[in-house]
Design a protein around this ligand. Structure first.
Ligand code: ATP
Ligand code: MG
Length: 401
């Protein structure tokens, strides 16, 4: 059946009071942005505390629902038949038509759940439940009623001038509408973790910019393309990702020359955080985001994380901190970054990695070692910041370098 509309349900608890309009407006905007890439003509409207996508032309059901499933803030997508109010007799007919059109076989158990928000509709909810149920049983003899565990829950809502009939709810992304929490700077490598971390934080309402530390000629253009591709894949959910590519080679070489090798990774990560923070502040990002997970590698022990943390003032969000690798992998499958993440291109961290990195670094010791960089650090960081190449990554546009 061609549904006339999609009713968009969102978690209302989080958006009570004065914030409600702000969240709804952001959600409507994101739905519109997403539907621009879907064939057909749609109108997105807020009506009596509800959001509807009205379908004004032919459309492909799967394409529309798949698109809506990428929008943060939507908890359920309900394909709904919105009919005009021509009285109760007409409503009975329409519910039967609805069943006929939506289900191939009418041999399941069902329950009617009617809600009458508009009190000038003369039949109350209880009566509607009973009468519609009886009418459908009469019309389709193979149906039966199960009020506790029905196969199909048929909802009838008399709200505004129209009446909603629906029985399907498709699970949405959940989370908060994009942008309602501000913007964050994601440290995006070519690995499995950081794209997932970006996706998860964006799901809480953050727009995402990203920074990638590139070390040519030790890391190739293919490695860079892989990061661009990852940014593009997550942008399906996060919206356009402005990816900053920073040339990190000279900093890495200097660290390699001047600092104890077992501390390379920690010191390198401190420089990454400093530079990322600087770009974040320039681009109105209020936090940094990394894909770190406690204990995953030497640079992700509590002491190591504390050493990398101390060089920044912005909060660092690490949504994967308590995740097992397998659960991160599962998410990367779900958001379709996995296949790209596992492509075997070199990463700047792996090239300079020490045989025996410290696992429990002391901050004073690291600070001391870093003093060896004092003479060159400022110029190197400045040069790195100047190397910033911004690539706009958008799911609906291919980026080839
Ligand atoms: P990932 O799978 O995200 O690469 P990882 O398990 O390989 O993570 P590390 O290499 O220790 O872990 O990196 C930890 C985090 O540091 C990454 O999740 C990412 O946020 C950031 N990071 C590492 N390398 C880079 C890089 N070259 N450019 C930008 N960010 C990076
Ligand atoms: Mg990595």
């Amino acid at each position: 059946m061609r549904f006339s509309s999609f009713l968009i349900k969102y978690a209302e608890i989080a958006i009570k009071g004065g914030n409600r309009k702000f969240f709804e407006t952001a959600l409507v905007q994101q739905i519109k942005n997403t539907l621009k890439h879907v064939e057909g003509s749609f109108r997105v409207v807020r009506m009596n505390g509800r959001i509807y996508v009205e379908c004004l032309s032919e459309y492909d059901y799967d394409e529309v629902t798949e698109a809506l499933k990428t929008v943060f803030g939507i908890s359920w997508i309900c394909p709904v038949q919105r009919i005009e109010d021509h009285g109760f007799e007409d409503l009975l007919e329409k519910t039967a038509e609805y069943f006929r059109a939506v289900y191939d076989r009418l041999d399941f158990t069902f329950k009617v759940e009617a809600r009458r928000a508009r009190k000038d509709f003369l039949v109350d909810s209880q009566t509607m439940n009973r009468e519609v149920g009886a009418f459908l049983l009469d019309t389709f003899p193979e149906l039966s009623v199960d009020v506790h565990h029905p196969d199909v829950l048929l909802r009838i809502e008399v709200r505004d001038e129209n009446i909603n009939i629906y029985s399907k709810e498709i699970k949405g992304q959940g989370g908060m509408p994009l942008g309602t929490a501000g913007k964050g700077m994601l440290l995006l490598s070519g690995g499995i973790d950081s794209p997932v971390a970006g996706y998860l934080m964006s799901k809480r309402g953050l727009f995402i910019d990203a920074v990638y530390f590139h070390a040519p000629p030790y890391t190739s253009e293919r490695a860079k393309q892989k990061v661009v591709d990852l940014a593009r894949i997550i942008s399906r959910y996060t919206g356009t990702v402005r990816l900053h590519v920073i040339n990190f080679t000279d900093i890495q070489m200097a660290i390699y020359e001047k600092c104890p090798h077992e501390e390379l990774t920690i010191i390198m990560r401190r420089y990454m955080m400093r530079i990322a923070e600087s770009i974040a502040k320039e681009n109105e990002c209020g936090c940094l985001i990394t894909g770190e997970s406690l204990g995953q590698v030497a640079s992700q022990t509590m002491e190591s994380l504390s050493c990398t943390n101390e060089v920044c003032t912005l909060p660092v969000f690490r949504p994967l901190i308590a995740f097992d690798k397998q659960d991160i992998i599962q998410l990367s499958w779900d958001i379709k970054t996995y296949d790209t993440s596992i492509l075997p291109y070199e990463d700047c961290c792996t090239i300079f990695v020490a045989k025996h990195p410290v696992t429990h670094p002391k901050a004073e010791k690291i600070r001391e070692s870093e003093k060896n960089m004092d003479e060159v650090a400022e110029a190197l960081v400045r040069a790195a910041l100047e190397s910033d190449e911004v690539i706009s990554c958008n799911y609906y546009q291919q980026n080839y370098l």
